[in-house]
Design a protein around this ligand. Sequence first.
Ligand code: 26W
Length: 840
Amino acid sequence: MPHEEIAPGSTAAADVLAPNHPLALAPVGAPPTSVDGFVREFLHNLNFTQGVALSTSSANDRYLALALTVRDYLMARWLEDQRRQTERQDKGVAYLSAEYLLGRQLDNNLLASRLTEVATEALAACGIDIDDLRQQEVEPGLGNGGLGRLAACFIDSLATMSVASIGYGIRYEYGIFRQTFVDGHQIEQPDAWLTLGSPWEFPHPEAAQTICFGGHTETYDDDGVTRSRWVPAWNVKAVPYNYMVPGYHNGRVNTLRLWRAVATNAFDLRIFNAGDYAEAVRAQTFAENISKVLYPEDSTPQGKELRLQQQYFFVAASIQDFFAHVLADDYDLAKLPDRIIFQLNDTHPVIAVPEFMRVLVDEKGMDWDAAWAITQQCFAYTCHTLLPEALEVWSVDLLGRLLPRHLEIIYRINDEFLLAVRERFGDDEMRIRNMSIVSDFPERSVRMAYLATVAGAKVNGVAELHSQLLRDKVLPDFDEFYPGKFTNVTNGVTPRRFIRLANPRLADLITEALGAGWTVDLERLRGLETFAEDPEFRARFAEVKAANKRRLGEVLRERDGFTVSEDHMLDVMVKRLHEYKRQMLKVLHIVTTYEGIVSGRVEASAVQPRTFVFGAKAAPGYAMAKRIIHLINSVGSVVNDDPRVEGRLKVLFPPNYNVTLAESVIPAADLSEQISLAGKEASGTGNMKFALNGALTIGTDDGANVEIRQLVGDDDFFLFGMTEPEVEALWAKGYRPSEVYQQDEQLRRAIDLIASGAFSGGDRTVFEPVVSNLLYDDRFMVLADYASYIEAQHTVDAAYADQDAWVRSAILNVARTGYFSSDRSMRDYIDRIWHTPPSY
Ligand code: 26W
């Protein structure tokens, strides 16, 4: 029977709730409330916040009331941690990131606060299936891919490890676009994630900061000292929205602070009264555009003014916030490096460096040299790419218009840096040109990665190979000039979201085998190695995988009308669509297998039944990536409709791959495709999620694949393709893809089939650009690695035929990849970069 609605209670005024109040600080270690208590709070929120009765409430009302209830149980801890962070003035981390790809919050927050069971039962008592409410939540997709998801994993780990830290970013009104397919083509729709209300955020308009832009600079005499100041032309308000970041079962709640842009003067009343409404709200529209939408470009910067506005907007707000609300008023500025380290998540927040200098020198009156010495200890920089086209530069012209004082500061930093380079290496003009932060070609511009490298106390890549290539290929002169500055921190993923939440069956099986505790000490998964030898455990592990496939089947049926065959190998490639990641190589494998069967050359029964699953968004302006999406969909239609391969081959490409879908797809996968050209994928983090969920990897020697293979071992990893030095050697020798095509009959058949129009209703023009790109350009050496890839896929087929051995391998993958917990990444950042004190 559903409970009755309840009447409002009364509370006495106090700073924090009385200790016996149901929402007051509960001891860590037990659920903070009973089922009855939860029912009462839930109905209270439904009645008094949503303003509806249970009987008339919508699913969204119920979801919101549930979210508020969970939130309430985290609140006392959050207030406590906020109080402690301002009280204790020891060193903390400010993570500066333009992206946080958070995924749904409800389940994570239930898990962190031990409320999952209590809430499930409480809702059941009200006649509600909690699963229906989970589906209500639109995930905050405030990121593009790997970099944004990494930031989300890191803040989860920081909270779980009780590290004093705060995440700063942008509260985009529209996150990454929603992808749909029309006739196989990608169509982008705006992601209006806030429409039905966002119960996880706490706006604080009273704590808004003013952020200035434009104008000019001038010098003035300050008691005999010549000083500079910035006279800006316009400004906007940055309003903070706080989000709870609960640690896992440790009673800790950190903060993520995202900034929203609003107009300083909502509108000009004079114009409004004169009747020109459009003109009156123009300023407002202009200001609010700054946090309106996430740039969907991944790895190819669009030198757009609005993007630079976004970057400066959020870092300037964060630095002001730090000085105004985090740092004690009487704090000795000379000791700033003992108090704060700003971690720069790629170059997007690097404009924080001149902003910090401007605040110290122009506003706090500090001497330049002292300020620079401090700044160089207060920042560290993580690089997430090796693609030259992804290294951000800003034109001097634009910087001068938007941030004139910052440009001056950058020039001075560069002048002094180049002077020091001359002192060390002599007048080697070539080297000076190569190292200059300000470059002259193709137009006068600022190389943000160089600025970050000069300013940062440390510079890190995101996997061993990547960090090595960063030192050897991208920034060799800097490595020589700054010995000890470069380091590595291999990426990681949070086991809370990507094992516990995404794969509860596996989580339970692991707990049964190893006991509790592995979720926060993932190296304990090693203990599963012995279980891999136990036939009964293998059977149970196989049953978990099978159940996950069934669940994925349900999700995809509901979402897209797809059917997933349980007896198929699930071969999965999910990641952004980019040529360097080589979805085309996967397509060639599918077409080769298909062509082999339909031509009669290969016996269908000789091929393991496989379902190929893709998930990928293409940047809206990336024409080749969109064509490849169209090709995948077209190959899928033909293959799925062809009775000759029925029951053998299937291609599924659910649209709008996001964190929520990842949580269903990854636990169901048998084979993980990590097939980038060696030297191109900085790390990859999907690769880690798959291995930890018991998929075997087919992969190149690239990014973190290298470390995964080292840990897992060659017997349980399908390696193929050239190594990075081999790639370099082939370029040096001269790479002619058309020759590879001529010499490999199987490859020729696959490419010819695409070129023939077999996947485009006989129209040969549709995929002609894809084909000629492969034959005559092939920047990512798809054809060069083709033969090796196909051979490795044969090995996969043979291995899959022995199910028991496959399952053993899968268990060993889980057992040996505990290293890839983002908790370990955080420990490495603390030891190698941040040197923050033990947590409290
Ligand atoms: C628009 C400019 C731009 C440039 C670079 C946008 C986004 C980027 C990112 C650096 C791209 C990115 O997400 N990189 C990925 O970062 C992950 C986390 O470290 C790595 O695992 C991936 O290998 C890397 O591609």
